[in-house]
Design a protein. Structure first.
Lengths: 262, 210
C-alpha cells in the first residue's frame, strides 16, 4: 500500500470499516510512513468525539459490582499464583516429600489467609478510594540510547508501592529485571519485575519514602540477585527532595562505580 | 557501565501527594498494569457513563451492553500493561476497545440485513437521559449537543456512511453494495465527512487534537 492508496482508505480505516486484509496492509504502511500516521491521528481525534454524540443512558448500579468482583477475583488469583511461584525453588524436584508437603501447607495457609485479608481489604479499598492519596516518583533510563521510563506509586492507604517501567528491551536466556531500593549507599532488593511486551511491573508491599532512590537492574537470573546488583543498572529515580539530592547523587555514583570495579 | 548523568539525578523532585481522582488517565493505567484494584474503580467511575451510552447506541440492548461492558473492562484490566502513551490518549484507547467489542458482537449476529436502527437525527435525546451526577451530565449534554450539531451540518450522504460504519459496524464494501454506490465514492464520503467534522469542531473551539 502506498500513500495515495492509504489516503483513500483513511476515513474507513479510522471508522473501523475496512476488511481485515486492508486493515493489516494499512497498519503495515503506517509503521513506515510518518505523514500517514499524522493523517490517522487527525481523523482519529474526530472519531473519538463521536461517542459523545449519543444520548445518555444510565447503567444499572449492579454493573459496577459485577465488574469489580471479576477484577478483584483475578487480582486475588494472581497474588496467590505469585505466592505459589515464590515457594517454588530451582531445586524443587530434589526436595524431600516432607518439604513438598510443608510448601503445600504454607501455600494453603497463604491462600486461606489471603481470602480473609481479601474480604477485609475489599472493604478498606472501597472506603479508601475517595480519600485515597498516593506519592509519585519518576524513573528514567540511565543510558541515553534506551527509551526506558517509568514511575513508582506509593499508596499509603494500602502500604504498597507499584513500580511500572516501560520500554524494557527483551532479555535473552535466564536474564531478569530486578528492582532495588537504596538507602545510605546500601541496596535492598524489591524483587523481580513481571515483564510483558516491554513493560515491567512490580508490586512491592512497603513504603519507599524512607529510601534515597529506586533502581532497576538487569540481572543474570533466573533467581533474584542477592545483596547488591550483579548486572547493569538501567533505570533510576530519586525518592528525596532537592536538599538531599546532592548527597544521594554522590552515594549512587559510588555504588555504581563500585559495581563497575567488581 | 555508563554512569547516570548528574542532570538526570537533579531532575527528580518528589511530587506532592494528591487524591486518586486527580490522577491522570496514564497514571491510572500504569496502576492498573500493576494490578491495583482501586485504580480500576476510579477508571470505571470516570468513563462508565460515556462508554455505556456508546455501547448501548451500537447494540441497542441493555443486557448485551452490560455483558460487553463487563468483558471490555476486564480486557482493560488484563491488557493495561500493553498501553503506551505513544499510541494515543487513554480515552482513545478505551473507546477503541469498547467499539471493537460492540461491533464484533453486531457482526457476529449477522442481523444487519437492512440499514436499520435509528439514525442520529431521529434520536430522542430525552430518552433514558437520567444521571445521578448533575454537573457531569450537564457538561456531557453540552458536548453532545455541539457534536450532534456538527454531525447535522454534514451532507446527509456523508453522515449516513459515518453512521453505518461507526455505529452499525458496516464495512465500506457492505455500504457500497447496500446503497449501490461505487466503493470509491463510499470511501471518499467517509474521509470527507470526517474532515468536514474536524474543521467544523475546530471552528467551534472543540478540541480535536491531542
Amino acid at each position: 500500500m502506498d500513500c495515495q492508496q492509504f489516503e483513500e482508505l483513511a476515513g474507513a480505516y479510522v471508522l473501523g470499516a475496512t476488511s481485515e486484509l486492508e486493515r493489516h496492509a494499512a497498519q503495515a504502511h503506517l509503521t513506515t510512513c510518518v505523514s500517514c500516521q499524522h493523517t490517522v491521528r487527525d481523523l482519529q481525534t474526530v472519531t473519538d468525539l463521536l461517542p459523545l454524540a449519543v444520548p445518555a443512558v444510565e447503567p444499572s448500579p449492579d454493573l459496577k459490582k459485577r465488574i469489580m468482583v471479576i477484577v478483584e477475583t483475578d487480582a486475588h488469583e494472581q497474588t496467590a499464583r505469585r505466592a505459589a511461584q515464590r515457594l517454588q525453588q530451582p531445586r524443587w524436584w530434589h526436595y524431600t516429600q516432607t518439604r513438598i508437603a510443608v510448601a503445600c501447607l504454607l501455600l494453603l495457609l497463604i491462600l486461606a489467609g489471603s481470602l480473609t485479608a481479601w474480604n477485609v481489604g475489599l472493604q478498606q479499598e472501597l472506603r479508601g478510594i475517595s480519600a485515597g492519596q498516593y506519592f509519585h516518583y519518576k524513573i528514567q533510563s540511565t543510558t541515553p540510547n534506551l527509551t526506558i521510563s517509568g514511575e513508582a506509586l506509593y499508596l499509603p492507604q494500602f502500604h504498597t508501592t507499584i513500580l511500572t517501567i516501560q520500554g524494557l528491551p527483551f532479555l535473552p536466556g535466564t536474564e531478569v529485571y530486578q528492582g532495588w531500593l537504596i538507602k545510605n549507599n546500601h541496596p535492598a532488593s524489591m524483587g523481580l519485575l513481571n515483564t510483558q511486551d516491554g513493560t515491567g511491573t512490580l508490586d512491592f508491599p512497603g513504603d519507599i519514602r524512607t529510601f534515597d532512590a529506586i533502581a532497576v537492574s538487569r540481572e543474570p537470573g533466573p533467581q533474584a540477585s542477592q545483596g547488591s546488583p550483579h548486572g547493569q543498572i538501567i533505570a533510576l529515580g530519586t525518592l528525596q527532595n532537592k536538599q538531599g539530592q546532592r548527597e544521594i547523587e554522590s552515594q549512587l555514583t559510588m555504588l555504581i562505580e563500585r559495581r563497575v570495579e567488581e | 557501565m555508563r554512569l547516570p548523568k548528574r542532570e538526570f539525578l537533579r531532575s527528580q523532585p518528589k511530587e506532592p501527594a494528591m487524591s486518586s481522582e486527580e490522577m491522570s488517565d496514564t497514571l491510572l493505567i500504569s496502576a492498573i498494569a500493576g494490578k491495583a484494584v482501586w485504580a480500576m474503580d476510579v477508571l470505571y467511575q470516570r468513563y462508565h457513563r460515556m462508554l455505556y451510552a456508546f455501547v448501548y447506541r451500537i447494540v441497542a440492548d441493555h443486557q448485551v451492553t452490560e455483558d460487553l461492558m463487563q468483558e471490555a473492562f476486564f480486557s482493560v484490566w488484563q491488557k493495561a500493561a500493553s498501553y503506551s502513551p505513544s499510541h494515543g490518549e487513554v480515552r482513545s484507547w478505551l473507546i477503541s476497545i469498547f467499539h471493537h467489542r460492540a461491533i464484533d458482537y453486531l457482526r457476529g449476529l449477522q442481523r444487519r440485513s437492512a440499514f436499520q436502527q435509528t439514525p442520529l437525527e431521529q434520536i430522542d435525546l430525552t430518552e433514558n437521559a437520567f444521571s445521578s451526577d448533575v454537573w457531569n451530565e450537564t457538561w456531557r449534554s453540552v458536548q453532545r449537543d455541539l457534536i450532534r450539531e456538527a454531525l447535522m451540518t454534514l451532507p446527509r450522504e456523508q453522515r449516513m456512511v459515518i453512521e453505518l460504519a461507526y455505529f452499525q459496524g458496516w464495512t465500506h464494501s457492505e455500504i457500497a453494495e447496500g446503497s449501490r454506490l461505487p466503493l470509491g465514492t463510499v470511501k471518499a464520503r467517509m474521509r470527507l465527512g470526517l474532515l468536514h467534522l474536524k474543521r467544523y469542531l475546530e471552528k467551534k473551539d472543540i478540541r480535536t487534537s491531542e
